[in-house]
Design a protein around this ligand. Structure first.
Ligand code: GLA
Length: 402
């Protein structure tokens, strides 16, 4: 994927809309370091914003917004009715909407539900928004890999649209809440705060810790001598397809049967005597969430002590729990975990994000090289047929207006 720059965005914006953008914003993807499906269960999670981004360039429609209006291009004169125009660098054509469509867009333009959801959420949050806009999206963040391209698109859009309406900053907790609302209410995914919170609070060289009950955000230094690698199965995971929502409902049903508001109201020691209240399937879901929440705390502690061997064991234990108890892994993810786990330069490895496809994240030693990654990829394609995408990532700063 080609890394976008402000110059490349401006050039593409000019070609698309016939004028320069007024604002450019970008928001990072994230890895879920540990804390699988704990967020909407009131648990803790550790994430890292990564140096792969969704970029958004935008301009008010001529005559709109506080900025000096652009001259009307010939393309615009041919389309005087268009109020909201959206274009993805990966898409075939500009999507033109005379006004808020009110309902969800389906088919190949369905990505536009994210920016439109943000635009609607701005109003729900009583924040300023432009009456109309031209918007361009570009990215070097693989979509469908479990790296939160959706949240990055939401946050970059929010910053760009707010800036068009004259508001150049928003506290990161509000930004995260706004993005989450767009996804929950307008895209229809009942996600927690992990993705938007990490993309908003990211800082270079740090992990983002979220106590999702508050939510309360803090940062933990990324361990020295360790590296983040992503191995993307290239099997798309789509949270919209229902499996994510099913897991969410199962967790709520388990909590209700156990007589608690949220599963993380219980400690791992409290669960076994209560398990008989649950069906075998719900007992597995509860075990995963309650123990995973504890693993996040143990990971933070091990990171503070610089005990990377323990961090690694917790990461891999998290994967096994997702696989056996939460049942959101896949044979391709498990194969990558099995191959990476055996490598002497790997501390630990686990699926990252919602699951049901997507990518695994490995925490490696300094001496894990491109050559090591290539040999893992070879082992994977020998058994699985496909070549995984491999990315060596850095923990990066959060969403920002450029
Ligand atoms: C997706 C969701 C998050 C979180 C993870 C699983 O990324 O968007 O809110 O639930 O899955 O931990």
């Amino acid at each position: 994927m080609i890394t976008p720059t402000p110059e490349s965005l401006t050039a593409l914006f000019r070609r698309t809309y016939g004028g320069a953008p007024a604002v450019i914003a970008r928001a990072p993807g994230r890895v879920e370091f540990i804390g699988n499906h704990t967020d909407y269960n009131g648990g803790a999670v550790l994430g890292a914003a990564i140096d792969r981004y969704v970029w958004v360039a935008a301009a008010p429609l001529p005559g709109d917004g506080p900025d000096k209006p652009r001259p009307r291009s010939s393309a615009e004169q041919g389309n005087p009715a268009g109020r909201l125009r959206l274009f993805s660098a990966n898409g075939p054509a500009v999507l033109e909407l005379p006004s808020d469509p009110g309902t969800k867009i389906t088919g190949s333009d369905s990505w536009a539900n994210y920016p439109l959801g943000v635009w609607r959420s701005l109003q729900d949050f009583s924040l300023p928004r432009p009456a109309g806009f031209d918007l361009l999206v570009d990215s070097d963040l693989p979509a469908g890999a479990g790296l939160s391209s959706s949240a990055a698109l939401e946050l970059a859009t929010a910053l760009a649209l707010l800036a068009l309406a004259g508001k150049k900053d928003l506290p990161p907790d509000r930004l995260a809440a706004l993005g989450r609302q767009a996804e929950n209410k307008y895209v229809g995914v009942p996600c927690g705060i992990l993705d938007q919170g990490t993309s908003a609070f990211g800082r270079a060289g740090h992990l983002v810790h979220i106590d999702c009950r508050g939510p309360v955000f803090s940062r933990v230094p990324f361990p020295t001598g360790a590296h983040l690698w992503i191995f993307n199965t290239r099997e798309k995971h789509a949270l919209i397809d229902g499996l994510y929502a099913t897991r969410h409902q199962e967790c709520l049903a388990a909590a209700q049967a156990l007589g608690v508001a949220l599963l993380t109201d219980l400690t791992p020691a409290q669960l076994p005597p209560l398990e008989k209240k649950l069906t075998p399937m719900l007992a597995k879901r509860a075990k995963h969430i309650i123990e995973e929440h504890a693993r996040v705390h143990d990971t933070v502690e091990a990171l503070r002590q610089g005990d990377l061997a323990t961090v690694g064991r917790l990461l891999t234990a998290s994967h096994r729990s997702s696989k056996h108890y939460f049942e959101n892994s896949t044979p391709a993810l498990d194969l990558l975990v099995d191959l990476l786990e055996k490598h002497p330069a790997v501390f630990g490895v686990r699926l990252t994000g919602g699951g049901f496809g997507g990518a695994v994240m490995a925490l490696t030693r300094d001496n894990f090289t491109e050559k090591d990654a290539a040999s893992i990829a070879q082992g994977y394609s020998a058994k699985h047929g496909r070549t995984p995408e491999m990315i060596h990532l850095q923990a990066a700063d959060g969403a920002q207006l450029l």
